[in-house]
Design a protein. Structure first.
Length: 260
């Protein structure tokens, strides 16, 4: 009788474990450790908030994934994925041919232009000819660094690398550099801040180069993990179709960030 009870109890434990496991798969989601408003920033209590945080929560809920935000330094975020320290990247990472050599991506979940900002009244635009002789700040290990090196550095500009976008923006506001290149939406957030609205203005968007700037932003995934990729892609499609994507996006943007 005791043996039978033990067998029943063990079966119950295994059963509950199976039910719990079936409810949600735990996924460590890599976010860049530094603030990147309006996409992701920690609040005063250390809780992450922003458009991309809401996007992550929406796809994880839709795909029934138990997602845990895991901050990682941006220049180490792909190695963190490939060495299993995180399971996917939700960090405004553009889908490029170079990155596809190392990792895989979900379908696009947003696509915005690349912009250049500079001091108010400074007479230059976002072309290589206009920026010749200028010092341009970019975040290290980004598509913007690659683009600036090719188009602006080759035309006579000095490219200065920063670990975070905030550092580049701060140096621009302090007059230590002449311009900053980054995602136009992230730059717009800076220009609307107390610091940015006093010092700086949008100078224009750069000429597109899909080979460098990519085909939109996707969720970074390890190669070969087709089951997780299928879940993420299905979730992106679902939240676009059921209105969830539009609902949280309207809190941050007055246009469709999904892009063309």
């Amino acid at each position: 009788m005791k043996t039978a009870l033990k067998t029943i109890a063990l079966a119950a434990v295994i059963g509950f474990a199976g039910i719990s496991g079936a409810m949600a798969q735990q996924i460590k989601v890599g976010f860049a450790a530094e603030p990147y408003p309006p996409f992701a920033s920690p609040d005063a209590s250390g809780n992450w908030e922003g458009w991309e945080v809401e996007f992550m929560k929406a796809i994880c809920d839709e795909a029934k994934l138990d997602c845990v935000i895991t901050p990682v330094a941006w220049d180490g975020i792909i190695p963190a994925l490939t060495t299993n320290k995180i399971d996917m990247i939700v960090g405004s990472m553009s889908i490029t041919g170079e990155r596809l050599k190392t990792i895989d991506f979900s379908d696009k979940y947003y696509n915005t232009p690349t912009g250049v900002i500079g001091p108010k009244g400074a007479a230059f635009d976002a072309t290589p000819e206009s920026l010749a002789g200028k010092t341009i700040g970019v975040q290290v290990a980004t598509i913007h660094q690659s683009y600036a090196d090719k188009y602006f550095g080759g035309a006579g500009a000095t490219i200065k690398e920063y670990q975070t976008q905030d550092e580049a923006n701060n140096d621009l506001a302090a007059g230590r550099i002449d311009a900053v290149q980054a995602d136009a939406i992230a730059l717009d957030a800076f220009l609307k801040s107390d610091q940015g609205k006093d010092c700086c203005e949008h100078k224009g968007n750069v000429k597109d180069d899909p080979e460098i700037l990519g085909a939109g932003v996707g969720v970074g995934l390890r190669k070969g993990e087709t089951e997780l990729k299928d879940k993420v892609n299905a979730a992106i499609k679902a939240i676009r179709a059921n209105g969830t994507y539009d609902t949280f996006s309207k809190k941050y943007f007055d246009f469709d960030i999904y892009g063309g």
